[in-house]
Design a protein around this ligand. Structure first.
Ligand SMILES: Nc1ncnc2c1ncn2[C@@H]1O[C@H](COP(=O)(O)OP(=O)(O)OP(=O)(O)O)[C@@H](O)[C@H]1O
Ligand SMILES: [Mg+2]
Length: 372
């Protein structure tokens, strides 16, 4: 409505000012700052007045939010360049994980926590798993790693049936897990020794061990902290050490159970960037359990678990277009998908399937600054 009014009025230039203000009231501070940041970054030559106004509203938001110097600096940051990898390994048709009619009942209760879950994950795929608290995500993760065995049905990981006792250690080496709390995963007093822990248990020879540790720490950009004490590291750095510990085992699959939940925004970004890079460059299959919708939006595929069964599955675009069903399952959709929905209802001709700040930036700039 507001968009249409200004767009149709003779004061067409005015909507360059009003529109960002309008969006600013629709979005919480963080997504708004990300959006305006991205507009300025991606379209450095966009309409001068629009840019100035975005910077002004950005500052206003930052001041309103915390009044902290760091926030203002980050809000004004206008040149952030994303590093893109040069070599990308795409996913194949080969299956990394197959779960067939899997059920699980905890000993302490008679209720089925998983009620016949069937799914496949292809080699090199990045699959996000969403679900309300208690829906069965962690139980599923532990079944994929052979920490639990299905009460009924079967799970095949890299061609190995998790119910075969003799294969348990091979499965755990092929499918490494990272958990939520970085502190619970650290077992040694020096980073390098912590990464070595799994290898020592596997009886890997010393020279091979050193090679693998160096390579794993390099892959998570922690080589410089190899001789540090883990308790001196930030949460994000500790999670990267945990990832290095898994990587040293040369896994095919990484299963992460809410591994960014306890981290601050910087730590979350560090960990997610590392995991995406390992997926792209080394072709490692990723099963990423999360409560953060914007993390799921970056996956190849999203699976939504509800009450022990799969409720929705598909690309992020497909899954997040089921806004009402997601809300019924007490799940949200990414802020940009929800904003796009509201703006469409207000008459703004935005296409379907906007999920990320980048996609929103492109569409908003296309509408506001068609000449760019
Ligand atoms: N050790 C256990 N013994 C009995 N019941 C359990 C056990 N662990 C989990 N449950 C129950 O199984 C169900 C699924 O739990 P699970 O931890 O897999 O859910 P989740 O989706 O990971 O939840 P969250 O988002 O809170 O991490 C819940 O009802 C939970 O109470
Ligand atoms: Mg859980």
């Amino acid at each position: 409505m507001i968009y249409s009014f200004f767009n149709n009025s003779s004061m067409s230039h005015v909507h360059h000012f009003i529109f960002p203000l309008y969006i600013s009231f629709k979005l919480p501070t963080d997504p708004f700052i990300s959006l305006t940041d991205a507009i300025i970054r991606e379209y450095p030559h966009s309409h001068k007045q629009l840019r100035l106004f975005l910077i002004f509203v950005n500052l206003f938001h930052a001041l309103k939010a915390v009044s902290s110097y760091a926030t203002i600096v980050s809000a004004c940051r206008s040149h952030v360049y994303r590093q893109r990898s040069c070599q990308i390994i795409s996913m194949t048709d080969e299956k990394s994980i197959q779960a067939e009619h899997v059920e699980y009942i905890y000993e302490e209760s008679s209720d089925k926590v998983l009620k016949g879950v069937s799914l496949e994950v292809r080699k090199g795929e990045f699959v996000a798993i969403l679900g309300h608290n208690g829906s069965g995500k962690s139980t599923l993760a532990k079944l994929l790693n052979a920490l639990y065995l299905p009460t009924a049905g079967r799970i095949i990981v890299c061609g190995m049936n998790t119910s075969e006792d003799a294969l348990t250690w091979d499965i755990r080496q092929k499918a490494g897990m990272i958990f939520q709390n970085p502190d619970n995963q650290i077992v040694a007093t020096v980073v390098r020794e912590d990464v070595a822990f799994g290898l020592e248990n596997m009886g890997v020879p010393h020279d091979e061990m050193v090679r693998r540790i160096d390579k794993a720490l390099e892959a998570v950009h922690m080589s410089e902290r190899a001789d540090s004490a883990p308790h001196m590291l930030s949460g994000g750095q500790k999670q990267r050490v945990a990832i290095a510990g898994v990587l040293a085992m040369e896994p095919d699959i990484i299963i992460a159970d809410e591994s960014t939940a306890m981290l601050d925004p910087n730590g979350r970004k560090e960990v997610l960037d590392v995991i995406h890079r390992l997926n792209r460059e080394k072709g490692i299959t990723v099963v990423w359990i999360t409560h953060f919708m914007e993390e799921a939006a970056e996956a190849d595929r999203v699976i939504v678990i509800n009450n022990g069964d799969i409720a929705l599955a598909g690309t992020p675009n497909e899954v997040f277009s089921h806004v009402d069903e997601m809300h019924q399952m007490h799940l949200d959709v990414p802020p940009m998908a929800s904003l796009a929905n509201e703006l469409r209802n207000d008459g703004m001709p935005l296409p379907a399937g906007i999920l990320t700040v980048d996609e929103m930036t492109e569409e908003v700039c296309r509408l506001l600054c068609p000449s760019n």
